[in-house]
Design a protein around this ligand. Structure first.
Ligand SMILES: [Zn+2]
Length: 258
């Protein structure tokens, strides 16, 4: 396998592998927060990055048999900045900087990207002990690639489309194409039939379900069978009845091959 900066990756492996690192919500005491590890053609990316990211990666690696670790990671695609989707960026950035000695690319829509450093990370990642007058910058830890809506954003072998969802903060659902296969992810959203139509063009897509302003399970369970067959549930509450769900729930650490 040959790996280059900025996600140019070449290898003979062409299976599109998807591993949920976590399936839970922000309040879960059973699961890690929702997020994915994706592999295709020698390129490896995270979709979202919640704390404790290295522990969830290690456990998913053992369970799935995939080599999931920071050393082989090329990028993080961020849907939004709520803690259960982005709280692992600080630890990942420091680990990559001090231990792995590499720079991870962050991909996000401009409305997410603009807040990552000044409103999410700068207060805790910029200070330097010695000399204290120095300040670290975003570029010391990460590279950035801004994604636009309505286009296929290219990273390595992946083509990534993003679409705004109905959520408290700027949040973007994803369709990620690898070769001939497409994986979709709703990210966090209220029930939105137009978003589900968009995601249904994928081969398989993960959709969140939860209470409050999230998408009620009952709305998803009432969708046509053909849509439900492509859908997998994620971001479900700890008391979600997986055994009686008419839509397959994702399991932490399972390997999906498209
Ligand atoms: Zn959220």
């Amino acid at each position: 396998m040959i790996r280059r900066d900025l996600g140019e990756c070449v290898t003979s492996s062409t299976a599109f592998k998807i591993v949920p690192l976590g399936v839970g919500d922000a309040f879960s005491e059973l699961y890690y927060s929702s997020g994915f590890w994706l592999e295709y053609d020698g390129c490896r990316v995270l979709v979202d990055c919640a704390h404790p990211i290295r522990k969830s990666m290690r456990e998913a690696s053992i369970q799935s048999g995939c080599d999931i670790n920071v050393s082989s990671l090329d990028a993080v695609i961020l849907t939004h900045l709520h803690a259960d989707h982005a709280s692992g960026l600080e630890g990942l950035g420091f680990y990559a900087y001090y231990v792995a000695r590499k720079s991870v690319t962050l991909l996000a829509h401009e409305d997410v990207m603009r807040d990552i450093w000044p409103r999410h990370l700068e207060a805790v990642m910029a200070p330097v002990c010695d000399p204290p007058e120095e300040q670290r910058q975003f570029d010391d830890f990460f590279k950035s690639q801004v994604m636009a809506e309505d286009v296929k954003n290219s990273f390595g072998p992946f083509l990534i489309e993003c679409r705004r969802t109905l959520h408290h903060v700027p949040t973007f659902a994803l369709r990620i194409t690898a070769g001939e296969r497409v994986f979709g992810y709703s990210a966090d959203t209220s029930f939105d039939e137009s978003l589900i139509d968009w995601l249904s063009q994928a081969d398989v897509f993960a959709h969140e379900t939860n209470g409050g302003s999230h998408t009620p399970y009952e709305k998803l369970a009432a969708l046509p069978e053909a849509v439900r067959a492509k859908m997998r549930l994620i971001h479900y509450p700890d008391n979600f009845n997986k055994a009686e769900s008419v839509i397959t729930p994702l399991e932490q650490g399972e390997l999906i091959v498209l």
